[in-house]
Ligand binder design. Structure first.
Ligand SMILES: Nc1ncnc2c1ncn2[C@@H]1O[C@H](COP(=O)(O)OP(=O)(O)OP(=O)(O)O)[C@@H](O)[C@H]1O
Length: 242
């Protein structure tokens, strides 16, 4: 009999406090290979803190983060080696460096001998080759977002963490992004994304985990979560009501 594989990401009983503020309270969820999970919730619900805890940027008071059954490494290079890549809300591009140089950064830190070929490959996949020599800071926002995504995909991660990937994009770019995320998941990768854009979430997520005041108040398929009274109450009065 085959032993089932552990989830690509398993967050269990996560508790994070900032001084007297409990930012995460016993948060648990899994993300499996080939699955896209969206983490949603009102402002301040704790979504970014989950990402930061997964990446070792904040230390939980309690709970565990496991990547493919092993404790998550705390350092950036360790995470890359474990097959984890992340995009940031603020993109975090090196503005004066070229698009190609930005995408090379994680590959170089892994001392990947095929770095240039891989970077060019991912730039081609994201229709960015023609911009490879341009300083990242000179590009329009949607292209800069694509560069950040290319940089995250360059190391061929098994788990991709996307922080507000649809934020600031127009309809056509969001459509293209949704197709890309579907393609990434269909290739067997696990995707965890934080997002406020409800239509995008409903379109790409296999499952949604809803946070409010640091607690998971609902989780399930987009259809199940959409009709959940606790979710409606959490969003009550907010423009982004799901
Ligand atoms: N470094 C920090 N020091 C103190 N408090 C923090 C810190 N980081 C986050 N918090 C607090 O923790 C709570 C959760 O914040 P977090 O940024 O994770 O929420 P979020 O759901 O990502 O919000 P948003 O949708 O606005 O990005 C908030 O009350 C926030 O003010």
């Amino acid at each position: 009999m085959n032993t089932p594989l552990p989830p690509r990401l398993s967050v269990s009983g996560l508790e994070v406090a900032f001084g007297g503020l409990t930012a995460l309270d016993r948060v648990s969820f899994d993300v499996h290979d080939g699955e896209t999970v969206a983490l949603i919730g009102p402002n301040g619900a704790g979504k970014t803190t989950v990402f930061n805890a997964v990446c070792g940027l904040v230390k939980p008071r309690n709970g565990t983060v496991r990547i493919a059954g092993r404790p998550a490494p705390a350092k950036a290079t360790g995470l890359l080696k474990s097959g984890v890549a992340r995009t940031l809300q603020g993109l975090g591009l090196f503005e004066r460096m070229s698009v190609l140089e930005n995408v090379l950064v994680p590959l170089t830190s892994l001392r990947d001998p095929g770095a240039v070929a891989k970077a060019l490959g991912v730039l081609a996949e994201l229709d960015l080759v023609h911009l490879a020599a341009r300083p990242a800071g000179t590009l329009p926002y949607p292209e800069r977002k694509r560069v950040a995504l290319a940089r995250a995909l360059a190391t061929d991660p098994k788990l991709l963490l996307l922080d507000e990937p649809a934020g600031g994009l127009g309809t056509a770019d969001i459509d293209a992004l949704a197709d890309l995320v579907a393609h990434v998941a269909a290739s067997g990768r696990a995707v965890l994304l934080v997002e406020h854009h409800v239509d995008f979430v409903m379109r790409v997520a296999d499952r949604i985990v809803v946070l409010d005041f640091g607690q998971v108040i609902a989780s399930g398929t987009p259809e199940a979560v959409q009709g959940d009274p606790a979710v409606e109450a959490a969003y009550l009065g907010l423009e982004a009501a799901i």
